[in-house]
Design a protein around this ligand. Sequence first.
Ligand SMILES: Nc1ncnc2c1ncn2[C@@H]1O[C@H](COP(=O)(O)OP(=O)(O)OP(=O)(O)O)[C@@H](O)[C@H]1O
Length: 333
Amino acid sequence: MSPPLISARHLGKRYAGRAVVQDVSFELAAGETLVLLGPSGCGKTTLLKLLNRLLEPDTGTIEVLGQDVRTLAPEKLRRGMGYVIQQVGLLPHYTVAENVAVVPRLLGHAPAAIAERTHELLNRLHLPPARFAGQYPHQLSGGQQQRVGLARALAADPPIILLDEPFGALDPVTRTAIRRDFRELEELLRKTVVLVTHDVVEAFELADRILLLDAGQVQQLGTPHELLFRPANDFVRRFFAHERLALQLRTLRLADLEPFLPGPAPAALPLTMSVQQALEYLTDSVEGPATADAASPTAPAPAGRAALAGLTLPHLMAAFGRALQHEEAAWKL
Ligand SMILES: Nc1ncnc2c1ncn2[C@@H]1O[C@H](COP(=O)(O)OP(=O)(O)OP(=O)(O)O)[C@@H](O)[C@H]1O
């Protein structure tokens, strides 16, 4: 098996004698997304900053690709780790394109390669360069600034990306839209990502694994499924109680429901799709272009149509209920 990309062991950090990170250990494989989750003040940001040496731990070690980060110059370490913060931190007197190009320039990349990369990233992040490349940060909305911040972190193609509440300052609608783009950004799928949030739904949508902290201590480290259906203690159970349904819908997949459906799931829907995504897909096609399509038989069928043929909303919800019962029964065994 390949060694972990990041290995943190027994990390501890104190401020004025008060422990804010206590004996935290985790390993992260290349390509994994780890979400640091927990209530305000539990030590998430402190832990993130230990990874890129913006802070030094009092105890414990961090290795990146088997190398102790203390043996690397902080600047060199940080060049391999994109960093996005809530306040974005764009340079106000630089254009969007210049902001995105900062790190590749520092690294001495060729100007033509930088221009091409900037163009490509702005396009992928829905910021058409013809309109946005020459604009200044103050001319952009908060959501657009966030996208530029992400483009900047990705520009030099670092293997690791650290994100601290990257969508925190946005309104809920923009936040959901950017989160979707983020999830679908093919480039990020290859990256090893550590993301801080206190938003449990966000954590469940983005994480491969979640590290749930309280008062600097790990309460549980595991997949969203494990934290939701196999909580390690009462804190974990209570932390997810308010959002239970939203989290269950995002955690169970069509594959989990398939044994409880009247027939096989429609081939148009991937079995890895969450119940939430399947619900959105089905309701879109019910309320969406179905009537327009009926009026024009030559128009392409709406994406949901195939699903509707084999899977109805009541079937989906009934199977969801039974899959939940199954999860709970399995836990009590
Ligand atoms: N420079 C500092 N000096 C003293 N105490 C600090 C300092 N930075 C952070 N703390 C304290 O350490 C604890 C953890 O802070 P941290 O910012 O890591 O929490 P967090 O989980 O990221 O919180 P939030 O979600 O509110 O951003 C908090 O109690 C905070 O007040």
